[in-house]
Design a protein around this ligand. Structure first.
Ligand code: XBP
Ligand code: MG
Length: 252
């Protein structure tokens, strides 16, 4: 099968945005609202089991704050906090941002030059994707992606396959022509659920996740002089240990 498109997750895959980005922005929103909620690094790792910021806040209350007095309109509070969190997160990116992970920009540029189409499938809010691409990649990088499937565009977030199905439908491609890139178990379940072969690049929050079903598990995509380590999957035919299009093509 010819490789037609690469579909990328954002958080944890394009950049390590969770610990020093989303987590910090959530805490800023909580403090600004006068709430005594604070998510430290290990607690945030537990909370990442639930994708989506609004869903994550609700899960936090259910799991860790059963006695916290709920306002009559909890949905409205969550929506306000989430809007504030998005404002803090995008401001943080514009102030210098969070770098892309090794190999990401190289692979995106190689795909563009070769006419391999690009898409995004993420649970995060669309403004966050635009801000990350603009500040960490290139001002016009938004336009590099034919489809940006993000946030509440589908009601069921990862691990549900809906966001990947949506992206495939917009691309008008079958999953066998594409390759997905993910960093987490929920992301892998979503991509696999949509029938996609998936390459995982782990990070500190996800290294102990169950990645059975992944085509390839790497520590990162690698750069010349900074080769990837392969954690599982078929041995790559690429002696360089840099994830490039020629390696991607062997996987579909
Ligand atoms: C990303 C998420 C998101 C972000 C926060 O998961 O779980 O919830 O942490 O984004 P994935 P919002 O990488 O699997 O897409 O607050 O904008 O929802
Ligand atoms: Mg992710």
């Amino acid at each position: 099968m010819t490789l037609a498109a690469l579909i990328f997750d954002v958080d944890g895959t394009l950049a390590d945005t969770e610990r020093d980005g989303h987590r910090v922005a959530f805490n800023q929103a909580f403090a600004e609202a006068g709430l005594d909620w604070h998510w430290d690094v290990p607690r945030y790792g537990e909370l990442l089991a639930v994708t989506g910021g609004k869903e994550r806040m609700r899960h936090y209350l259910d799991r860790y704050r059963p006695d916290w007095p709920r306002p009559t309109d909890l949905d409205a509070l969550i929506a306000r906090l989430h809007a504030a969190k998005t404002r803090h997160y995008t401001a943080l990116l514009s102030e210098g941002g969070i770098p892309l992970r090794p190999g990401v920009e190289r692979l995106l540029r190689e795909a563009r030059a070769a006419g391999v189409r690009l898409a995004i499938a993420t649970t995060t809010t669309p403004e966050n994707v635009t801000a990350l691409l603009a500040h960490s990649l290139a001002p016009e990088a938004h336009s590099w992606f034919e489809v940006i499937a993000a946030g509440d565009i589908v009601p069921a977030k990862k691990p549900a396959p809906d966001i990947y199905r949506y992206a495939l439908e917009k691309l008008r491609l079958s999953p066998t022509e594409c390759l997905a890139f993910e960093d987490s178990e929920n992301g892998l379940l979503a991509a696999r659920g949509a029938g996609l072969r998936t390459v995982i690049t782990i990070n500190d929050y996800t290294r102990d996740h169950d990645f059975s079903g992944a085509t390839l598990v790497l520590d990162q995509l690698g750069e010349p002089g900074q080769p990837f380590s392969q954690l599982s999957g078929q041995p790559s035919g690429n002696g360089m240990r840099v994830f490039d299009l020629s390696l991607a093509r062997t996987l579909v």
